[in-house]
Ligand binder design. Structure first.
Ligand code: ASP
Ligand code: MG
Length: 467
């Protein structure tokens, strides 16, 4: 098989981790053609973002000290990962060159005293530049052939939407296959940095946080891989958060649309665009654990096996949100009410997670993250209260509970089962939303009611059992 295997940052956290990942890749490369995609080691990307914050605050000392820490950490990991002294020397030459470039970039940004979207992408792409060198040399250390490539070097070409770029697939397909095919036929294991590519002018761009998943699926589509594996510290997509539901279990198979829905709800964070490149060629994705390689994880395909179909496949939760309820007689029958509310909030940079409007049109409820709540309420009060909106009610500390599963579509009685099991727990449902796709049924309860409601639903739909 031809495989693209992506490892997240926690899978590469220590020299021991990196050596075992290299060994795993070497083993599977005996029977398969393998391309590896890596995230930055641990929370390197967060630290690079901290550097950008310190540059904005003109705190040169802080950016220097974070850089010193990153430098020391990567060199130490490199030193402790590689046993062969020649390979280690070669790795250090690469790391030194990258770190020198990073230092120069930070210096330039400090002198300018500004962080632009373009310079920020260049800066935060360094985590993956460093990690792929170490991982690729770890494979060389095991006497397999390997080469490290950045997303740009691999041939990923994107638009110039810094921070949220998208690949230009036709160009990317051509360049990636031209670059990778000869390596694969010579039995090299390419190790590609996730998260970043470059626009048509050669400027580094990134796909947004968690973007290494996206890199993996883009590469998979370009080289017509048979499967793409996302390896992280979880066993797969789970029927519920195991921290909340003791008998939660790995879901064996889901469809792309179900997985997309689950990714958005954060059961396991997957970059939401990651599925797009897989759709046309129907390339299956496996979500697996680095630390439990005997577990086959969750398989994501276009058409999951009938046997694995269920009405509901998982109960996911987003905790710690705020609910805002807006009322007013003048909202009734007035076109543009919703648009005004949403535009006002969008201008204030507030993301709305859930919306519902009563058919009388006299009230609209929205849910926002707790961190955004004060700002959202202030904005609405300043701009719209007393005009379009007569009254604003706020409930802090609410959770969104969502049931996901394409088997809900057209199945009668799902809502009744859901709400009667929640009612039995004496939990009050404050707001409900279901898209007409019927793939996702979401409702809002108080944070304090959330755990018992989730357990009740997990039991009601028998999500702990195999069939
Ligand atoms: N290193 C990037 C991040 O932390 C990309 C990734 O991990 O997928 O967001
Ligand atoms: Mg990361």
């Amino acid at each position: 098989m031809r495989l693209v295997v992506k490892f997240g940052g926690t899978s590469l956290a220590t020299p021991k981790h990196i050596r075992s990942v290299a060994k795993f890749i070497q083993t599977i490369s005996k029977k398969n053609q393998v391309v590896m995609v890596c995230s930055a080691i641990n929370d390197t990307t967060d630290e690079l973002l901290d550097i950008s914050e310190s540059i904005k605050k003109e705190n040169r000392a802080l950016s220097d000290s974070i850089l010193a820490k990153l430098t020391k950490q990567h060199k130490q990991i490199g030193k402790d990962t590689i046993t062969n002294s020649v390979i280690r020397k070669h790795l250090f030459e690469k790391l030194d060159a990258d770190l020198e470039e990073l230092k120069g970039l930070i210096h330039g940004m400090v002198l300018l005293g500004e962080v632009t979207p373009q310079s920020l992408d260049y800066l935060i792409s360094f985590g993956e530049r460093l990690s792929v060198e170490i991982v690729s040399h770890a494979i060389l250390d095991l006497k397999s052939k390997s080469v490290a490539l950045t997303g740009k070097e691999a041939g990923i070409v994107t638009d110039s939407n810094f921070g949220q770029s998208k690949p230009l697939m036709d160009t990317t397909r051509l360049r990636v296959s031209t670059n990778l095919e000869p390596l694969l036929s010579k039995k090299f294991i390419p190790v590609i940095g996730g998260f970043a590519g470059a626009d048509q002018h050669g400027h580094i761009t990134t796909f947004g946080r968690g973007g290494s998943d996206y890199t993996a699926t883009i590469i998979a589509s370009c080289i017509k891989a048979d499967e793409v594996w996302l390896m992280s510290d979880v066993d797969g997509l789970m029927s519920a958060d195991p921290k909340m539901v003791k008998n939660a279990r790995v879901i064996p198979e889901v469809s792309y649309v179900e997985a997309m829905e689950m990714a958005l709800f954060g059961a396991k964070q997957i970059h939401p665009r990651s599925f797009e490149p897989l759709l046309s060629k129907k390339i299956p994705m496996r979500i697996r654990s680095t630390f439990n390689v005997n577990n086959t994880g969750t398989l994501v395909t276009a058409n999951p096996d009938e046997k694995t179909n269920k009405t509901v496949k998982c109960v996911s939760v987003i905790r710690h949100n705020g609910l805002i309820d807006m009322r007013g007689g003048s909202m009734v029958g007035a076109p543009g009410t919703a648009a005004t509310i949403f535009t006002t909030l969008a201008k204030a940079g507030i993301n709305i997670m859930m919306i519902s409007q009563s058919p009388s049109e006299s009230s609209i409820s929205i849910v926002v993250k707790k961190n955004d709540l004060d700002k959202a309420v202030n904005t609405l009060e300043m701009e719209l209260l007393g005009k379009m909106i007569k009254k604003i009610d706020v409930t802090t500390d609410v959770s969104i509970i969502a049931l996901i599963g394409s088997g809900m579509r057209g199945t009668i009685g799902v809502a009744s089962r859901v709400f009667s099991s929640v009612a039995k727990k004496r939990s009050n449902v404050m707001m409900i939303a279901q898209g007409s796709s019927e793939l996702n049924l979401a409702f809002v309860v108080k944070d304090s009611d959330c755990a018992s409601a989730v357990q009740a639903l997990h039991d009601e739909f028998k999500l702990a059992s195999q069939s």
